[in-house]
Design a protein around this ligand. Structure first.
Ligand SMILES: [Fe+2]
Length: 246
């Protein structure tokens, strides 16, 4: 029987790996909207053509240092607790992954997204958009300045509230290598009732929680939280479906 190499192999692309015990299932009973978007038929393997394997081409000049400071995108500063979120992107061998585009989005300190479908009756902050991006440096490191996000209700089940979180998207060398996940804060009292957090296998849940790091704190300015993202392997960070937005 002929053995076909995985799509993209001839171009040196590593096949996508989804190890068991790390990532959430595509359909999770307690997380209602997964029932609508989880595939019901076997997945179709799409060949990697030029479009998929050559983008995104960003160019270093398109991502500016200011993009990583969510507290400095408006005339005044946003309300809330100023925080630094920083860490490294690592591969399965613990090697840093440089030049990776990281995009983040989050609600404001009151738990409200600046988004047309967010009707949570909490105040919008005219000085907070809630989106940022940066490229990892030569050591795989990223760093964002932002405010601590609030929790918000989301009607998934009676009295459902999301633990505070920041959404992360990572692009590798190509559009087909986009990974999406959420970062949580230590000690959140809402973990027990959140089906998104609990859809991740138990052993991998702690990897989604950042840790307070006094070394990242800017004295008299902002608290610091450290969070590394591991792309693959047994210690990988859990990644969700890219269309899981909430
Ligand atoms: Fe969210």
């Amino acid at each position: 029987m002929a053995v076909h190499p995985p799509p993209g192999a001839a171009l040196g692309l590593t096949p996508y790996e989804r190890p068991s015990g790390v990532h959430p299932p595509l359909d999770f009973a307690g997380y209602r909207s997964t029932a609508l978007r989880a595939p019901r038929r076997p997945l179709v393997l799409l060949p990697h053509r030029l479009t998929e394997i050559t983008g995104p081409l960003l160019g270093a000049e398109r991502v500016t240092p200011a993009d990583a400071d969510l507290t400095a995108q408006h005339e005044d500063e946003p309300q809330g607790q100023r925080i630094i979120v920083s860490g490294r992107v690592l591969d399965s061998g613990g090697r840093p992954v440089p030049d990776t585009l990281i995009e983040v989005w989050q609600p404001n300190a009151a738990g409200r997204y600046r988004h047309s479908v967010d009707d949570h009756p909490a105040p919008l902050d005219p000085n907070f958009t809630g989106v940022g991006r940066c490229l990892t440096d030569a050591h795989g490191r990223y760093r964002f300045v932002t405010i601590r996000p609030g929790s918000y209700p989301w009607r998934n089940h009676p009295n459902a509230w999301r633990p505070a979180h920041i959404h992360f998207s990572l692009f590798g060398r190509a559009f087909t290598q986009r990974l999406v996940t959420q970062m949580y804060f230590p000690g959140d009292p809402l973990f027990f009732q959140d089906p998104i957090f609990n859809s991740v296998p138990e052993a991998a849940r702690d990897r989604m929680i950042c840790r307070f790091d006094l070394g990242l704190t800017v004295p008299e300015r902002a608290l610091g939280f450290a969070w590394d993202i591991v792309l693959r392997g047994r210690g990988a960070t859990a990644f969700e479906q890219p269309d899981g937005q909430w």
